[in-house]
Design a binder for this molecule. Structure first.
Ligand code: ZN
Length: 311
């Protein structure tokens, strides 16, 4: 079941319905659908809340790890409603929970997480720290000007085993450009990356994922493969780490290519939270080239890739 929770963009605003939606039926998931019939789940909420006074009417959301109980509080001086969120581990509801459960990945399941539009001077080093401490590799699709602005970060990506791809120079929609202009967009960023790392990327992520026959022809001539994605958490829109995490978890599976932008702090936080959960489920994270190489597949110039399996 694909699901996400519904709150407002900041999280949990007063007066809003806070719940989970089933994206397939586009309907609210009711508490009765989540627990074995007859289970007094509210009593368990109260027991786990440990001294926090509940009305017995609290809204809650969930993901694959927790139920998030939204406890309304009245804050002086404005007497406005606000909420605190209390996470209750789903393990406490074993035998009672019949809500969505994560699919167990096949042995050796792997996916590639990709980061666009960077590097960002402050957030990308934080991300690199997080990836290093988990010993996992990602793929960074860099823009020319930002790569030039942060050569030490680009060098660090390269030396720490991440793959570097080309995300154009000016972030223009390549389908609106002439062949010569497309070539220049890629060449200019290639030269900057080459100047820093000594490698010329073979992977291109066109801005907005946009391509047409002309773009593909230029990529073929330049020896480049286009890499788009199969999981798009729309992190640039939501700017909320929990939503980014949930959107990744709801769609990521064996062979996925996940798109995130490392220029937003919430995107990085959400991606790392999702990575931790997916690692615990047994997934490995590899670069895009590794993902295909380990599946005995070749990335051909002028072709488009968006993950190993169709969603
Ligand atoms: Zn982009």
């Amino acid at each position: 079941m694909d699901f996400r929770y519904y709150g407002d963009e900041q999280g949990f605003g007063a007066g809003r319905l806070i719940t989970n939606f089933d994206l397939e039926s586009e309907s609210q998931i009711l508490p009765e659908q989540l627990f074995v019939e007859g289970v007094d789940f509210r009593a368990i909420f109260a027991a786990l809340a440990e001294g926090v006074a509940l009305t017995g009417n609290e809204d809650f959301t969930f993901d694959y790890e927790y139920i998030y109980l939204h406890i309304r509080t009245h804050e002086a001086p404005a007497q406005q409603d606000s909420y605190t969120v209390l996470p209750l581990p789903l393990t406490e509801f074993e035998g009672m929970w019949v809500g969505p459960a994560p699919e167990t990945p096949p042995t050796g399941a792997r996916m590639a997480i990709t980061f666009d539009d960077g590097p960002h001077g402050r957030f990308t080093p934080q991300l690199l720290d997080a990836l290093a401490s988990r010993n996992i590799s990602g793929t960074f699709f860099l823009m020319g000007p930002t790569a030039r602005a942060y050569p030490q970060i680009v060098e660090r990506m390269h030396s720490e085993g991440h793959q570097i791809g080309n995300h154009s120079y000016s972030h223009s929609l390549l389908t609106r450009l002439s062949s010569a202009q497309i070539r220049k967009e890629i060449d200019d960023t290639d030269s900057i990356i080459y100047g820093i790392t000594g490698i010329i990327p073979t992977l291109v992520r066109p801005p907005f994922g946009g391509y047409n026959d002309q773009v593909l022809a230029v990529m073929a001539e330049m020896g480049k493969s286009i890499v788009n994605w199969s999981v798009d958490p729309r992190d640039w829109y939501h700017r909320n780490a929990e939503i980014v995490r949930d959107n990744i978890l709801a769609h990521a599976r064996d062979g996925s290519i996940v798109l995130v932008h490392d220029i937003h702090e919430s995107s990085i936080q959400g991606a790392i939270m999702a990575i931790d959960i997916l690692l615990a489920r047994g997934y490995n994270f590899v670069t895009v080239s590794e993902l295909y190489r380990l599946a005995d597949l070749e990335l051909r110039p002028g072709a488009v890739y968006r993950g190993l399996y169709r969603d």
